[in-house]
Design a binder for this molecule. Structure first.
Ligand SMILES: Nc1nc2c(ncn2[C@@H]2O[C@H](COP(=O)(O)OP(=O)(O)OP(=O)(O)O)[C@@H](O)[C@H]2O)c(=O)[nH]1
Ligand SMILES: [Mg+2]
Length: 365
């Protein structure tokens, strides 16, 4: 039996510099993200924000309005789409103290999802590190974990009234970093053994179909779901490609404003991308905010890549209505890209044929 969802509201203050055109997509993306951690958004407060209030991010008047709605509608959690500084979060919590609700920001929400989806030891350790790093500057007086369970070893709603002191967390962070370092060393040793194997990394926005594509190419059965961040660990599969075995890897998906703490904690997983010979950038052609997705993936890759690696761009989900509608115009704009449907097996063979040529080209360059 699943627990009934928490009743939440979403706070979306738009600053002038935000791309207003994407606001509905951002709201939709957040509502979907939050469903994953059992939060049902009852109402969105979307409004313009001229200046950020250093103490509470948004203004007193708006906070009053939110307070009234929250108390009249039995709201259990308030989610800010933006990131809140530790002080801002603390001050807002103080203002809402009489209501017994949780206040979280985007970073905590994303860490919660990662925490829920982490299945292997390595993924769990990396999420735990991200969470403690998030928590550390936010420790003030009585620390209460939010009920959504970003708390590692989540034990279900309502129970996480843990108090931890700074020293414990610092010790834990050091311990986790050490563990990650040791595990990374083992992975490096393993990958040295595969050093001569040609590696192709599938990168892209979360939910773009990376695992579905990996499954199709390598005839395997990695978990695919209609929700973000299903894959947190690197999936590695082999396939024979022109007289040799080639490794295909599928890693965590990217998302706009991926919290820095997570990106840094997942350094071990991201290393895989850096060791690839070819990177496939995969996009969901049917995604409403495809422009943002292309920019996001581009930026993340730019930040994490240490060497120049050959990129190939693929637009997936051409079988979907929006994918079909955009197909022609994107083909004109991205003349070197491939257009496929990983699910319906369209265009994959053509792509593989091209990949075979590229592989030889990259190898003997
Ligand atoms: N219609 C359609 N759906 C697809 C296609 N490729 C993938 N999907 C669906 O899109 C959803 C996400 O696919 P995944 O392969 O899990 O995506 P991912 O990029 O690995 O996602 P994360 O691991 O969560 O970052 C699933 O419901 C897939 O069935 C496609 O070509 N067409
Ligand atoms: Mg996946």
């Amino acid at each position: 039996m699943t627990d009934s969802p928490f009743k939440g509201i979403l706070i979306f203050p738009q600053r002038k510099i935000d791309q207003i055109t994407y606001s509905q997509d951002i709201i939709k993306e957040n509502i979907t993200l939050l469903k994953n951690i059992n939060i049902q958004i009852k109402k969105t407060f979307e409004f313009k924000l001229k200046n950020i209030n250093p103490a509470t991010y948004i203004g007193k008047g708006k906070l009053q309005e939110i307070y009234e709605y929250t108390s009249e509608n039995d709201i259990e959690i308030i989610v800010f789409v933006n990131e809140l500084s530790p002080t801002q979060k603390f001050n807002i919590e103080k203002l809402f103290a009489t209501l017994n609700i949780d206040i979280i920001d985007r970073e905590e929400a994303i860490i919660s999802i990662f925490s829920k989806n982490a299945k292997t030891r390595f993924a769990k350790i990396q999420v735990e590190l991200a969470y403690f790093r998030y928590l550390l500057p936010r420790l003030k007086g009585n620390t209460q974990f939010s009920r959504t369970g970003a708390g590692i070893s989540t034990r279900g709603p309502g129970e996480q009234k843990l108090e931890m002191d700074r020293r414990y967390i610092l010790k834990r962070i050091a311990h986790l970093k050490d563990k990650i370092k040791k595990m990374k060393a083992v992975f490096i040793e393993q990958s040295k053994k595969r050093k001569d194997l040609f590696t192709i990394a599938i990168c892209g926005y979360t939910n773009s179909g990376k695992t579905t594509l990996l499954n199709k190419i390598t005839h395997s059965h990695g978990k695919t779901l209609k929700r973000p961040f299903t894959t947190l660990d690197t999936l590695t599969k082999k396939r024979w490609l022109v007289n040799e075995t080639v490794i295909f890897t599928d890693t965590i998906g990217f998302i706009r404003d991926l919290p820095k703490n997570l990106l840094e904690a997942f350094e071990g997983t991201i290393d895989v991308i850096n060791n690839a010979n070819i990177i496939i950038e995969l996009y969901d052609l049917s995604a409403a905010d495809i422009g943002v997705q292309i920019n996001t993936v581009g930026n993340v890759l730019e930040n994490i890549l240490k060497n120049k690696i050959k990129h190939m761009v693929i637009f997936n989900k051409i079988d979907k209505k929006m994918g079909k509608l955009r197909h022609k115009s994107f083909e004109k704009r991205y003349s070197e890209a491939f257009f496929i449907s990983a699910k319906e097996n369209i265009g994959i063979e053509k792509f593989i044929d091209f990949l075979k040529i590229q592989k030889e080209f990259v190898k003997y360059k």
